[in-house]
Ligand binder design. Structure first.
Ligand code: PSV
Ligand code: MN
Length: 403
C-alpha cells in the first residue's frame, strides 16, 4: 500500500482509539505491607477527575473516566453532581463499577454468598449502580466480583454458580428494560482475593455467564487476570469471532495481577492483542466497538506520569498493529511461509512509530510527546505542594511526600 494511504489509515484509526482512565489509578495505593504516599496523588473526587482531565488534555485520547460507585459517588447525593464535576475537567463518566466486595456483608462472597442477605445487598447495590449509570449518561456497567472460596469444601461451587447465573440474568434484564444502549461487562480473574477457587475464574466462565445473562452481556479481558503463559490474544480472537468481547482493562504484569504500566514488562504481548483486533477488522470490515480501559494501580511511580506513559504506550502498540501488511500476511499464511508471516508482524512491531504519533498529535494540536510535556510543565511538583498543604489543612496525616 502507498505510504500516504497507510498514514491516512493510521491517523483515522488513531482518531477512533479512545482509552478510558480509572479514577482509582490517580489515588494513593500500596501493597498489603504498607502504603507510601505521593504528594501529588489525588485524594478527592475532584482531584481524581482533574488528573484524568489533564491526561486527556495531554494525550487527546482519554475522554472518559471509569468510576467505582462507593469510591466516587456520595450516597444520597444526585449522581449528576459527579458528571458535572467531570465536565468541569473536560471528561465524562465512563464505566460504572459496583463495589460488591468491600462490605463486611461480603465476607463469604456477594452474589455467590451462602448468606441470602449478602446476595440481596449485592443485587440492590448493582441495581442502584444501574440507575447511576443511566443518570450520568454512561454506557457500561463493569462487574468484577471478589467471590470465591479459600479452602476445598468451604462452599458448594455448584450452588454458587446457580445463584450467580440468576443475579446476572436480573442485572441484564434491568439494563435491557431501563438503560438504552448499555453493555454489561463481566470480568474474570483466576485468583485473589480468593485462593482456592474464584467464581468467575477465566474467559470461558465469563462467556458462559454472559450467554445465560442475555443480550447486554459481554466479556471483559483484564490483561493481568491470567495464569502465567496464557495466550491472551487467542482468547481475544475467539471472543471477537463470537461477538462476545466487550472490552479491556489494560495493565502489565510479571507474576500475577501486578497492575504495572502497560508494556513495561512485555510490550510485544500487548501488540499481539492489538494485532488480533486489527486483523478482525481487516477480515470482517467490522468495528468491534470495544471499551478500552486502563486498570493500573501500582505503587511508587508518580501517578500522573504512569497514566500518561500507559496511554502513550497503548497508542504506540495500537499504531504498530495498524502497520502490519495484512495482504502480504494473508499470502504468507496461505503458502505456509511461517518465517515470512512472523517477519511481517515483527516488521510492524519494530517500526519506530514515535514520529508518526508526533505528526498525528500535531495535527490535533497536542504535544508531540505527552510525557515530556508533563515532566517539563512542573505540574506534578505544583500539585504535590498544593495537595500536601490541602491535606494538612484538612487535618489528614501523611508521613511522606514526593512528587
Ligand atoms: C480487580 O483486580 C480489578 O481488576 C477490577 O477490575 C476492579 O474494578 C479493579 O481491579 C480495581 O480494584
Ligand atoms: Mn480489572
Amino acid at each position: 500500500m502507498a505510504k500516504d494511504q497507510t498514514m491516512r489509515n493510521l491517523f483515522k484509526a488513531l482518531d477512533g482509539f479512545a482509552i478510558e482512565l480509572p479514577s482509582w489509578g490517580f489515588a494513593d495505593t500500596g501493597t498489603r505491607f504498607g502504603k507510601f504516599f505521593q504528594g501529588a496523588a489525588a485524594s478527592t473526587l475532584d482531584e481524581k477527575l482533574h488528573d484524568a482531565g489533564l491526561v486527556n488534555q495531554l494525550t487527546g485520547a482519554c475522554p472518559t473516566v471509569a468510576v467505582h460507585v462507593l469510591w466516587d459517588f456520595v450516597a444520597g447525593e444526585d449522581p449528576r453532581n459527579t458528571a458535572k464535576l467531570a465536565k468541569k475537567h473536560g471528561v465524562k463518566i465512563g464505566s460504572i463499577n459496583p463495589n460488591v466486595f468491600q462490605d463486611q456483608d461480603y465476607k463469604l462472597g456477594s452474589f455467590c454468598s451462602p448468606d441470602p442477605k449478602a446476595r440481596r445487598a449485592a443485587l440492590k447495590h448493582t441495581m442502584d449502580s444501574i440507575a447511576i449509570g443511566k443518570a450520568v449518561g454512561s454506557k457500561h456497567l463493569s462487574m468484577w466480583l471478589a467471590d470465591g472460596t479459600n479452602y476445598p469444601g468451604q462452599d458448594s461451587i455448584y450452588r454458587r454458580k446457580k445463584d450467580l447465573e440468576k443475579a446476572f440474568k436480573k442485572i441484564n434484564d434491568e439494563m435491557e428494560k431501563s438503560w438504552r444502549g448499555s453493555t454489561l461487562l463481566i470480568e474474570y480473574k483466576p485468583f485473589e482475593p480468593s485462593f482456592y477457587h474464584t467464581d468467575i475464574a477465566d474467559w470461558g466462565m465469563s462467556y458462559l455467564f454472559c450467554q445465560k445473562a442475555g443480550k447486554r452481556a459481554k466479556v471483559l479481558v483484564d490483561t493481568g487476570h491470567h495464569l502465567p503463559g496464557c495466550n491472551i490474544e487467542h482468547i481475544v480472537a475467539l471472543l471477537l469471532s463470537e461477538g462476545m468481547l466487550g472490552g479491556f482493562h489494560f495493565n502489565d504484569r510479571k507474576y500475577a495481577d501486578d497492575d504495572l504500566t502497560l508494556g513495561s514488562i512485555d510490550p510485544y504481548a500487548a501488540f499481539r492483542i492489538f494485532d488480533q483486533i486489527a486483523q478482525y477488522t481487516f477480515d470482517t470490515g467490522k468495528d468491534p466497538k470495544l471499551a478500552y480501559m486502563v486498570d493500573q494501580s501500582h505503587n511508587l511511580k508518580p501517578k500522573l506520569e504512569a497514566m500518561v506513559q500507559t496511554v502513550d504506550e497503548a497508542q504506540k502498540l495500537f499504531a504498530k498493529a495498524h502497520l502490519v501488511d495484512r495482504k502480504a500476511l494473508a499470502i504468507a499464511q496461505k503458502s505456509g511461509d511461517i518465517t515470512g508471516a512472523e517477519r511481517l508482524l515483527k516488521d510492524a512491531y519494530e517500526t519506530d512509530v514515535r514520529p508518526m504519533l508526533a505528526d498525528w498529535r500535531k495535527s490535533h494540536k497536542l504535544p508531540a510527546c505527552p510525557l515530556t510535556e508533563l515532566r517539563k510543565s512542573g505540574v506534578v511538583e505544583e500539585l504535590s505542594k498544593a495537595r500536601t498543604q490541602a491535606r494538612k489543612d484538612r487535618g489528614e496525616v501523611q508521613s511522606s511526600s514526593y512528587a
